[in-house]
Design a protein around this ligand. Structure first.
Ligand code: SF4
Length: 262
């Protein structure tokens, strides 16, 4: 299964009910007291960001009161706050917070998505649910022709990206989740492993803002050094014509190289 454009993919995605357990859960998550009176999104959550991105950040799945509430992945919860502070410090986001779909946040040279697009109970999708959702992730990555680097947040997102790399023909035997680890494989962008910015990791000091910002800065620098290595089989001229159109889902043109705030 594949989609010709990100718009078409998103249009299909938001009504997907391929996983009955997850469709039921996203629609029945109780409203948290702090958000009483708000309308929760309660649908699959598409990725967002710069369609000319050189870097893709992949999480596991939307959070019950984050993406499942706001309709944008890594938006409106503690993980999102931590992540965006670090991405902003590394020059990948226009502001250090991610609060709602209409907060004016713009990602620069970066796109964020999740391996599974619906919130899972206990943050644990089943193997079948990962498989069901894989075509969306595969297509999203195929529709981002300038990607140089993929940052997987947490070991389950890393496993999903490892399986994706294997589907693309890469030799993934060496891949093993280790914070800060990077894997340059044939046929796919370089994959980086990062601890997930969940409160469980950030409140205990397992992941600090310094650690995450430093990893993002390294990814930006290394992405800028690499040649364009697209996922799609198209000519270099065609890729650059497409990139030069500068159409993005966030309004940022995406042209030019990534520039970290150092
Ligand atoms: S997790 Fe993915 S495949 Fe399953 S219902 Fe949600 S969008 Fe559809």
């Amino acid at each position: 299964m594949g989609w010709a454009s990100m718009e078409e993919l998103r249009a299909d995605l938001v009504s997907c009910r391929r996983c009955p357990r997850l469709a039921g859960f996203r629609e029945s998550v109780p409203v948290r007291a702090a958000f009483r009176g708000q309308d929760y999104w309660r649908k699959p959550v598409p990725g967002f960001g710069d369609l000319g991105a050189g870097i893709v950040v992949v999480g596991l799945a939307p959070a019950a009161h984050g993406g499942n509430r706001t309709g944008r992945v890594f938006t409106g919860d503690a993980s999102a706050a931590f992540l965006m502070k670090c991405m902003h410090a590394a020059g990948l986001a226009s502001k250090p917070e991610s609060l709602s779909k209409d907060d004016g946040l713009v990602l620069k040279g970066c796109y964020i998505t999740a391996a599974v697009k619906c919130v899972p109970p206990g943050d644990r999708p089943t193997r079948e649910e990962f498989q069901n959702c894989a075509p969306y992730l595969d297509s999203e990555l195929s529709l981002l022709p300038r990607v140089q680097s993929i940052v997987a947040l947490g070991h389950l997102a890393f496993e999903s990206i490892t399986k994706w790399a294997e589907r693309k023909g890469a030799d993934v035997k060496r891949m093993e989740f280790r914070h800060g680890g990077s894997y340059a494989l044939a046929n796919v962008p370089t994959v980086y492993a990062c601890y997930h910015p969940s409160p469980r990791n950030t409140n205990t000091g397992k992941l600090t803002a310094k650690m995450m910002t430093s990893l993002f800065r390294k990814v930006v620098e290394e992405s800028n050094r690499r040649e364009v290595r697209p996922l799609q089989a198209q000519s270099r001229a065609a890729r650059w014509r497409k990139a030069a159109k500068g159409r993005t889902s966030s309004g940022w043109s995406g042209q030019g190289r990534l520039r970290p705030h150092l």
